[in-house]
Design a protein around this ligand. Structure first.
Ligand code: ZN
Length: 113
């Protein structure tokens, strides 16, 4: 086996996009299913909790998908790997771990502080 090479960001992002789209589609199918039998469960707290959890997961996946699409857009513009806030290069190790990040670690930390 050849030595494992870092994948090109585009293929990583496209794979991530495909994974998220499949996950979102799956979650939408599942939530449609549960609505199908929902007549008796108005007071079922567990079910409501599960639905809220699914909703949070779905929103999380959609937010991530948006970030992945933004990153693909930055690749097209030639801005990939640059911090959207300060314009400095994002640490390659950070990009490797989170290929869709838009901010360098410093800006991210400042934002979260
Ligand atoms: Zn920055």
């Amino acid at each position: 086996m050849p030595v494992k090479k870092a994948s090109a960001p585009r293929s990583v992002l496209e794979a991530e996009q495909a994974r998220l789209l499949a996950m979102i589609a799956q979650m939408e199918i599942e939530s449609d299913d549960s609505l199908g039998y929902s007549n008796h469960m108005a007071d079922d707290a567990t079910e409501a909790f599960e639905q809220a959890k699914d909703m949070a997961l779905l929103q999380n996946a959609e937010r991530l998908l948006e970030q992945v699409r933004d990153a693909l857009g930055r690749l097209d513009d030639g801005n990939y790997g640059k911090c959207e806030n300060c314009g400095q290069s994002i640490d390659p190790a950070r990009l490797e771990a989170l290929p869709y990040v838009a901010l360098c670690l410093r800006c991210q930390q400042r934002l979260e502080a």
